[in-house]
Design a protein around this ligand. Structure first.
Ligand SMILES: Cc1cc2nc3c(=O)[nH]c(=O)nc-3n(C[C@H](O)[C@H](O)[C@H](O)COP(=O)(O)OP(=O)(O)OC[C@H]3O[C@@H](n4cnc5c(N)ncnc54)[C@H](O)[C@@H]3O)c2cc1C
Length: 375
């Protein structure tokens, strides 16, 4: 009998634990450790912020869902994995001390490095947690028109919600009769298309920006936020009345100082999702060191590849499942101009871009599917 421990109850951890439960015999134990009792469907946080859904529509009880699949769930804060001693040290939670394992999958997501932008914590809204999205919802209700500045910082590895939020704000302000009194600007540290697979998406995205009268300001690398303005490392400044920024990302705090990570704190893995330099250790999801954007569908695929390889090892086979780094995203514009992009990031092929109402519908259905199969 082997004990497989999965750290993190997000897309990667849940997909991996479920795949392991389907494949491994009952003699093996699977344990999932996460500090939250809930699974959060993060892509729906934009809708939460704009009052188009509630917390119960984008979350489900992780413990119940795992137990149904014979996965033991422990709610606890991971202090650090200790691969040299095949154990995970827990800081606090239902279990104190440490948990031994035979195989480990690290799926702890990313850390929001708000400290890298001076004033971010005190003045900027973001959308990357349930609480932050709800706080932004309140700020939106109090907004009576003016300059709304949305954007992302250097090293933010996710940009879809910035565009979705800007398009949603345009509609929201029109409904409240405030659009004429408002200007919406998106600021970005590089060019349009960066963090979105490159140039292919630019014509469709520019059209949506024009249709929604959203100004796009490239090459604006924010390094400071004050109560009324944002500043860049290149000496530019911009005033705002409502500010929504995505902070820089780094690897998860719990993986720091374990010898598993690169200079940015991401876990170094090969294409089989094996962590470099550690025995029987895998990693998947936002916490790994692959280049480019960090997306939910990548986390799911990586979790499944890691699970397939752990299962193969337990069956005495070679871990041959390989991950292919592909970008697949939908920018839900809220209507007929929603954009779909698919692009292989390790090949030099052109990406495929499609536009239409179907993609908005498909994204919503995907959220409902995740929730329904776990409720
Ligand atoms: C607003 C928003 C919109 C997005 N839109 C899209 C989109 O349109 N399409 C798309 O593909 N992706 C989107 N994403 C990205 C997607 O949600 C992430 O890529 C995905 O959640 C990564 O999954 P993960 O399992 O690697 O990490 P996470 O989902 O972050 O899960 C990490 C887990 O680890 C747990 N954890 C972390 N540290 C500890 C610790 N020390 N101890 C115990 N537990 C810990 C957390 O509680 C969590 O359960 C969006 C994200 C956000 C926030």
């Amino acid at each position: 009998m082997a004990h497989v421990v999965v750290l993190g109850g997000g897309f990667a951890g849940v997909a991996a634990a479920e795949a392991l439960a389907r494949r491994l015999g009952e003699e093996h134990q699977i344990t999932l450790i996460s500090h939250q009792n809930e699974f959060i469907f993060y892509p729906a946080l934009v809708k939460l912020a704009f009052g188009q859904c509630e917390v119960s529509d984008l979350s489900y009880n992780l413990r119940d869902a795992m137990l149904e699949r014979r996965i033991k769930f422990i709610q606890a804060e991971v202090a650090y994995p200790d691969p040299d001693n095949n154990r995970v040290v827990l800081a606090h939670g239902e279990v104190e001390g440490s948990v031994q394992y035979d195989y480990l999958l690290v799926a702890l997501g990313r850390r929001l490095a708000t400290e890298e932008v001076r004033g971010f914590f005190d003045h900027a809204h973001h959308l990357l947690t349930v609480n932050a999205a709800l706080q932004f919802r309140t700020a939106l209700e109090n907004f009576q028109g003016g300059h709304a500045v949305f954007g992302y910082c250097p090293d933010t590895r996710l940009v879809v919600p910035v565009f979705e939020a800007a398009f949603a704000l345009d509609r929201h302000l029109k409904e409240r009769g405030l659009r004429e009194k408002s200007k919406i600007t998106i600021v970005c540290p590089a060019e349009l298309g960066d963090q979105l697979g490159g140039a292919e998406i630019v014509p469709s995205l520019q059209k949506s920006l024009d249709d929604h009268q959203v100004e796009f300001v490239p090459n604006f690398p924010i390094n400071q936020v004050t109560e009324k303005a944002i500043f860049t490392s290149t000496g530019q400044t911009m005033d705002y009345d409502l500010l929504l920024l995505l902070p820089p990302f780094t690897g998860p705090g719990a993986a720091m100082y374990t010898g598993l990570t690169d200079a940015n704190g991401y876990v170094r893995v090969d294409r089989h999702l094996r962590a470099a330099g550690a025995y029987h250790t895998y990693a998947a999801g936002d916490c790994v060191n692959f280049l480019g954007p960090k997306m939910g569908h990548m986390a799911v695929l990586q979790g499944m590849v890691a699970a397939a390889n752990i299962a193969a090892e337990l069956e005495g086979k070679e871990p041959v499942a390989r991950y292919n780094h592909e970008l697949m995203l939908v920018i839900d514009e809220g209507g007929k101009d929603s954009i779909y992009l698919q692009k292989e990031l390790w090949a030099h092929d052109e990406g495929k871009v499609k536009q239409g109402r179907f993609w908005s519908w498909a994204k919503n259905v995907h959220q409902k599917y995740w929730q329904r199969i776990h409720s």
